[in-house]
Design a protein around this ligand. Structure first.
Ligand SMILES: C[S@@+](CC[C@H](N)C(=O)[O-])C[C@H]1O[C@@H](n2cnc3c(N)ncnc32)[C@H](O)[C@@H]1O
Length: 235
């Protein structure tokens, strides 16, 4: 654990330890100030927990980032892989115009059921279609082009999801892949963990794609130490 001091604009700022408690407090400050999530988001997390689903949705700060991406892209169609209880789905669907559409793919029928109820309660049910089943089985039936794609399901299949969704993303569109740092294990080729291998392979694949523009960002916050990849389809 590392202590540090920082001086800025004449104010001496004394840091706390760089640990999870600090990251939680900073996220809470950001949530209160800039994020300002409506009550529907806490309600979704509560209903998701009550339904027995794991607490693995994106944070409010991350959800708002997806909302901003959708707004910047003037998204009318969004594709998500990995619905859980519909938390990230609701952030992105809230950025859509009245005639916008979001398709979200979810393997677990119970997760899909909880998500459908949450999406309806949050007032975005009309814009969202939840397709139940393995994403790799359903992706061949997804047609048309999307402005924004959010990949957040089983990490071992990220390379296949990437390959499929690049073809479904409009020129100028964006693909966001979540959980690509995995506590730093992404740099270890010998974890024996198929999810780490999936993230690593996606990066190798992206290195060979001169037609795509990509970067990966490390993050800390209430979700711990992780990160995301941005893949922009030029256009
Ligand atoms: C991290 S959670 C999604 C969180 C959600 N995007 C959010 O932030 O609110 C991952 C979800 O992907 C689903 N999933 C796992 N494997 C899948 C697969 N092969 N096809 C579709 N969904 C899958 C899981 O059941 C789980 O609900």
């Amino acid at each position: 654990m590392e202590e540090y001091r920082h001086e800025a604009r004449g104010h001496k700022l004394e840091s706390t330890a760089m640990d999870k408690e600090t990251w939680d407090a900073v996220d809470a400050f950001f949530e209160e100030t800039v994020v300002k999530a409506g009550p529907q988001y806490d309600a979704i997390n509560e209903a998701t927990a009550a339904g027995g689903l794991p607490p693995i949705a994106v944070s409010a700060c991350q959800g708002k980032q997806l909302y901003i991406f959708a707004k910047m892209l003037r998204a009318k169609r969004i594709l998500e892989i990995g619905t859980l209880g519909g938390y990230s789905t609701t952030w992105m669907a809230s950025a859509l115009p009245a005639d916008g559409e979001l398709i979200t793919l979810e393997y677990d029928p119970h997760h899909a059921e909880v998500a459908l109820a949450n999406l309806k309660s949050a007032g975005v049910g009309d814009k969202v279609k939840v397709w139940v089943g393995a994403a790799l089985d359903n992706l061949p039936s997804v047609t048309g082009h999307f402005d924004l794609v959010f990949i957040d399901a089983d990490k071992r299949n990220i390379p296949a999801y990437l390959e499929a969704t690049v073809k479904l993303t409009r020129p100028g569109g964006l693909i966001v892949i979540d959980n690509v740092v995995r506590g730093g294990r992404v740099v270890d080729p010998q974890t024996g963990d198929a999810d780490v291998d999936g993230v690593r392979q996606a990066h190798v694949d992206l290195a060979e794609r001169d037609d795509l523009v990509a970067t990966s960002i490390q993050t800390v916050g209430k979700k711990g130490y992780d990160g995301f990849t941005l893949v922009w389809v030029p256009g």
